[in-house]
Design a protein around this ligand. Sequence first.
Ligand code: FHN
Length: 582
Amino acid sequence: MKRIVQIAMWGLCLAALGAPVRGADWLHESKQARDARMEWWREARFGMFIHWGLYAVPAGVWKGKEIGGIGEWIMNSANIPRKEYEQLAKQFNPVKYNPDEWVRIAKNAGVKYIVITSKHHDGFCLFNTKATDYNVVKATPYGKDVLKMLAEACRRQGIKFCVYYSIMDWHHPSQLPGSARGYNPTKIAPGRKAEYIAYMKQQLKELVEQYDPGILWFDGGWPSWFTAEDGAKIYNYVRSLKPSIIINNRLQGVGDYGTPEQHIPATGLPGVDWETCMTMNNTWGYKLHDNNWKSPKTLIRNLVDIASKGGNYLLNVGPTAEGLIPQASVERLAAMGKWMKVNGEAIYGTSASPFKRLPWGRCTQKRIGDRTRLFLHVFDWPRDGELLVPGLLNEPLAAWLLSDPSRRPLRVERTDLGLVIRVPSKAPDPICSVIALDVPGKPEVIPTAATQGADGAVRLAAADARLHGRQLRYESGKGHDNIGYWLNPKEWAEWTFRVTQPGLFAVEAVGASLETPAFVVACNGAELKAACPKTGDYSKYVEFPVGELEIGAPGLYSLSVRPVEEGWTPLNLRSLTLKLVR
Ligand code: FHN
């Protein structure tokens, strides 16, 4: 047997005995092994993040002054000297902490895993560590291992227990403040990196062996003294302690899944596992004055949107210094749970939508034997009782409202635009109503064509373009809704659209650029050349004429946009509109 296989086999035996497996390279496991390890995580889809620590004591206020920024950063934001910040430990006494209640709240919301901060950037440890007395057992009047209490409550209630661990540590003597203004990003004291890496490994071993987490959620790996090589070593080390553990990608990019933060990637992260982590208000750690809460509607639709793109939602709560999850968070989680009780099967264990975009909502899917169950998440319920599922070629086997326990069949008809499902006039749920639609085999979907509006215009949106190239991509969120990263002039975009009112069309584009990139619009045998005016900023858009297009007959047409290679500079293209002029 090859040496590497021997190491791996020997390693797995040792790991089963709880000994670290040295020498194994866990970064190169087989797809089968990785799929098996990720299975529970992909099934879960919905987790709860908990940011809890000494920062809950000041709760965003320091010496009578409100401190801006996220609550758990107050030591840095207010540039509090270590000795002064340490005194908070003497005030940390969460007498109202009830881990079973926390887990009940999470479970009732439909959450399947909990990730809690074992040590955030401030270096205070919420667990019984031998590596430092700066921990909840030794340094606080509470004196109990809050992490152990939560781990046991999770086990009692069947929720996966997971831990967050910050690499950057504003308290550890080996790490020096980054500047006179604050700690972040820390610098490593000369000759003391090995000491801190050893400290980290001791604590990671304690966390794995004492609390058996499903995930190690690393963070704070951005200081320059922590390299990708360090990340790979720590990854291998933690996996050697527990081969089945899952590790996020914040070990300088090394890890098992991506972690977009506070936003949902426009098209998800195709082909990789990913999880959006997000606050319910603006802060991770508790802040007394942050009451900017997201609505239950936003939170439920975020969960649906993320699942429809193949991701997980890690939604945060920041408990108070007394040990209570804020009531506003409790209420929102209860609202999510009410929706999940009816529609959870449309989230758990599903995979990304087969549709590029749906005008009325989202879609998730699940393979069931020789059929696929499509879950149509309808945000905008059709007033005319007809829900169009565009571009779906499969013949429907059955359709019903997920909220209907008797599964009364809904009528489904085929039209030349796709399948039409007859639905009741009133939406079963004001936030998101789910229709289950079974089709044989795998879903077959063709790109949907844009259609002419009542005014005769055809609107070609960036989100509906088919993009040809590796760098070119659709960007959305934070003011973006455009084709971007158009760096390579060989890459191009195209749309399909349907004309029912032929005639002469004036073509208009909406774009942004730092120069004046020229491009050619080709459609129906004609070519129109135009250049985007210089807007000076990729987020500053302007509408400009491209030219006129004659389309003499009704039908399906394709339109392409290709850069003029000579002198090309990047263009952000938001849309094209064909306005019927006669
Ligand atoms: O700096 C931290 C922050 O406090 C919080 O923990 C988030 C959660 O993902 N992570 C870092 C910011 O990206």
